[in-house]
Ligand binder design. Sequence first.
Ligand code: CA
Length: 224
Amino acid sequence: MRLLLVEDNPQLAELVQDGLTRQGFAIDRCGSLKDALAARNAASYDLILLDLGLPDGDGMSLVRQLRQANDSIPILILTARGGLNDRLIGLDGGADDYLVKPFEIAELAARCRALLRRPGATLGVVLQLGNVALDSTTRSVSVNDTRIDVPPREVALLEQLLRRSEQVVRRNQLEESLYSFGEDVTPNALESAVSRLRKRLSGAGANIVVRTAHGIGYAVFQQG
Ligand code: CA
């Protein structure tokens, strides 16, 4: 998932960039309306994080400009102005959500994911844990925003695990997701598939790990 951060305070911008990068987002940064518009026209983004007080004008003018051009990219406003009027103006003006500074990175990441999960959002339903994302619409898996090659049955397995991340998913349920590919399921088919998935994820630099709950099933966790 690629985000455009428009924020002219370098310390805050760096904090947000570092924090969200650790949560698995790819972030491009700029500090003015002019650069934001240029970046939007030059690259494809899934979400814009927008400060309102920018050196060359008010962030809301960018929101209006994009909406007038029928650009429906989700926009999350980051504002120091906590006043109710500003919030209403932001949402009425076509922004999707706002967060008042100062905020926690975890809260910001959760809001970003919620916006990206909305119906009609560019990515459909994305299951995310650590730096791993699975797009349930395109059936693609990416690590640090780079797509990795995963066979369909392992995508199905990973999907089941990510839908209940940090909880044990039972063996029989996971086996069903393998059966659905019409292959013979030998007694250790699940173990083999999990083992291949583990190698694939660690080989791609994923910071999540599939753990075994002996005799019960498997669970996926973020490492660290
Ligand atoms: Ca500012």
